[in-house]
Ligand binder design. Structure first.
Ligand code: SAM
Length: 253
């Protein structure tokens, strides 16, 4: 069972939110300030790291799409090594650590090594994207379900065993993570399975970062755009019966 305190030799798997430091939870900020070692991903860096103790050892274990999976073993080994040395370790992951975050691999490594841990949930980029675009993820009459899917399997390509009936369901809000490159292929499959190309779509790039970009469009138009686009920033694709009501008002102090 995970412990609930921060005794030495303990790992906190902390969710960093989408990038906006104000979307970090109080608990996440507290654990960061207490940690002696922080292992962080590329997407969980930037201003959120300002909460770490200046004396803490900050270790980038950046993992972007397409990197070899051996890196995960390296991260597992670092986690175990630092915890075994009796340190308070934070493993910082973007968004909510339990969503497409390879959390399970690290939990297995910690469990096998007998190291106590806790998981601190956070704001996933999916809900941050919907909020930034001024819309809900569910709608009482038209979107009674929301589904999070990945556009990339371990090889970086659209998963072969995709559940087409589910992803082409017109009464669902679908959020595609890591799907920019594969979206043209996904969109073709959606069309083949009956989803109209005119279905509303949102491309939400770098949500919560200063260069955030939101594009409201349709599935067909977004597929054409993604065909030409170079992927530099993290981005999400949402489609379904989306409610476009305009951007949320800018932050007020
Ligand atoms: C490895 S997954 C991690 C998802 C994360 N656990 C979450 O809950 O947001 C990385 C993918 O999440 C999406 N993502 C993460 N942060 C994002 C952001 N700030 N803006 C847009 N998409 C983001 C992108 O699709 C990116 O390729």
């Amino acid at each position: 069972m995970p412990h609930s305190d921060t005794e030495p030799g303990f790992v906190s798997l902390v969710s960093a939110g989408p990038g906006d430091p104000e979307l970090l939870t109080l608990k996440a900020a507290k654990r960061l300030s207490q940690a002696q070692v922080v292992l962080f991903d590329d997407l969980a860096s930037g201003p959120v790291l300002d909460h770490a103790d200046p004396q803490a050892q900050l270790i980038s274990v950046g993992k972007r799409a397409g990197r070899p999976s051996a890196r995960q073993e390296h991260v597992n080994a670092l986690l175990v090594e630092h915890a075994r040395a009796g340190r308070r370790v934070v493993r910082l992951k973007s968004g909510d650590s339990g969503i497409f975050g390879r959390l399970e691999e690290e939990l297995i490594a910690l469990t096998e090594a007998g190291i106590p841990f806790e998981i601190i949930p956070g704001v996933t980029s999916a809900s941050a994207a919907a909020a930034a675009a001024g819309m809900p993820l569910t709608r009482r009459l038209t979107a009674r379900r929301v589904q999070f899917v990945t556009g990339a399997d371990v090889t970086g390509h659209l998963p072969e065993d995709i559940n087409w009936a589910a992803v082409a369901d017109p009464s669902v809000t679908t959020v595609v993570f890591m799907g920019q490159r594969s979206f043209p292929k996904l969109a073709q499959g959606l069309c083949d399975h009956g989803l109209p190309g005119t279905t509303p779509a949102l491309f939400a790039e770098a949500v919560g970062h200063p260069h955030q970009r939101l594009i409201r469009t349709t599935v067909d138009e977004l597929a054409a755009m993604m065909q030409r686009a170079e992927v530099i920033q993290p981005g999400l694709i949402l489609y379904g019966p989306l409610a476009f009501h305009g951007d949320q008002a800018p932050d007020r102090p």
